[in-house]
Write a protein that binds this ligand. Structure first.
Ligand code: PLP
Length: 409
């Protein structure tokens, strides 16, 4: 069934806020989504009814909290189409998930001359952890280039893959271009040369159905806060047999089997990767976000947002001096990036804010991509289930007013 964003908006308390005398027009969902009442209530309920530490107490509250926390692990596995909860590691966010792989898998299994293949459209969180590894271990980094219209240039893939390639790590949906990458094809190509494949799903999970069985990757990462859940929790999914071979990254309570004064032994995965007291209330929020999104239907979410992106491309084309970045046709998800010469994106975003519009301006944590696109910054409008086509019309009106203010035609 098609989404009814006008009805859904009533479930988001923040969307009734005003910015000055204007209603809030929130077009920065790619940075973080707003939270529906169901998620806020689930976290409040945890604190009011169940608050206790997990995996520790022999009393009712702790047992209930543990059952909830482990139940969310199972829910995440079902949501992703993973065979079971053993591969679900709770982390803080996508950034931590990728760092975990770079530390616990990369530092154990990669040596000088081994290659990690990335792409030109990665978020910094899928670049910088590999830079450290390259510096420390002599691992060689290669990059799949992008075409001028912001798609991966897969004609170069076979030439970039070889017996030295140990990992291919790429973004599922670009946070800048909105490009939906054909990750299944890249995973198959990586596996043909014996490499593993990590997919950064931060911008995919909130916007379209994700089925790990179909994708076939070895690692998948996402953050709850971009999919209507809370900040402070994210997921690394890893094939259990790969996780079992990885050494712990951060250690302490919860990760161990037995500790002596001079040594320790570690629990099985995923627990050996979750040191200390976890984000329990946030897990309750993540579980509620998954239930909420599942009830909406990810197919309906995808259809709604594809229509929004198409509408945005059509309407923004009316703005004089506009330059759009990314594929001019699908598959695209969630975000549109643009500049309106000669106005700097930061000035544009500041002026849009006067009209109550929240858009992001800058390099979007993708400086190498900005260089490839021939700019240092862009403006980005990004959408969610609550976004209305009329909000995109307000964006266009506000950009036109800003151009007038700057004396541009
Ligand atoms: N990867 C992509 C594609 C993103 O868009 C983001 C955040 O914008 C991240 C990774 C990092 O997510 P987080 O800040 O939640 O770790």
């Amino acid at each position: 069934m098609a989404l009814d964003p006008s009805r859904l908006r009533a479930e988001f308390p923040i969307l009734s806020r005003r910015i000055g005398d204007r209603p809030l027009v929130y077009l920065d969902t790619a940075a973080t989504s707003q939270k529906p009442r169901a998620v806020i209530d689930a976290m409040t309920r945890y604190y009011e009814q169940m608050n206790a530490n997990v995996h520790r107490g022999a009393y009712r509250l702790s047992e209930e909290a543990t059952a909830m926390y482990e139940g969310v692990r199972e829910k995440v596995a079902r949501f992703l189409g993973a065979p079971g909860p053993e591969g679900v590691v709770f982390v803080r966010n996508t950034t931590e998930a990728i760092n975990l792989v770079a530390h616990a898998w990369g530092r154990k299994f990669l040596k000088a001359g081994d290659e990690v293949l990335l792409t030109e459209m990665e978020h910094h969180s899928n670049l910088v952890p590999w830079h450290l590894l390259a510096k420390e271990r002599g691992v060689v980094l290669r990059h799949i280039p992008i075409t001028d219209d912001g798609r991966l240039d897969l004609s170069r893939l076979d030439a970039l893959l070889g017996s030295r390639t140990k990992l291919v790590s790429l973004v599922h949906v670009s946070n800048v271009l909105g490009t939906v990458n054909p990750v299944e094809d890249v995973v198959r190509a990586a596996h043909r040369v014996g490499a593993l494949c990590l997919v950064d799903g931060a911008q995919a999970v909130p916007h379209r159905p994700v089925d790990l069985a179909a994708i076939g990757c070895d690692f998948y990462a996402f953050s709850a806060h971009k999919m209507y859940g809370p900040t402070g929790i994210g997921v690394l999914w890893a094939r259990p047999e790969i996780l079992a071979g990885m050494d712990p990254f951060m250690v302490g309570g919860e990760t161990i089997l037995e500790v002596r004064l001079d040594r320790s032994t570690f629990r099985e995965a995923p627990y050996r990767f979750e040191p200390g007291t976890p984000a329990v209330a946030e897990a309750a929020g993540l579980g509620a976000a998954i239930d909420w999104l599942t009830a909406l239907g990810l197919d309906a979410v995808e259809a709604h947002e594809t229509a929004l992106v198409d509408h945005a491309w059509r309407r923004l084309a009316e703005v004089p001096g506009i330059r759009m970045y990314g594929p001019s046709s699908g598959p695209r998800a969630g975000a549109v990036c643009f500049t309106t010469d000669p106005i700097h994106p930061h000035d544009l975003a500041t002026c849009l804010d006067q009209d109550g519009l929240a858009v992001r301006a800058g390099h979007h944590c993708a400086q190498p991509l900005m260089t490839r696109l021939g700019t240092v910054a862009t403006a980005r409008a990004s959408f969610g289930v609550y976004t209305l086509p009329s909000e995109i019309d307000l964006l266009v009106d506000s950009i036109l007013r800003t151009r007038e203010f700057f004396g541009c035609r």
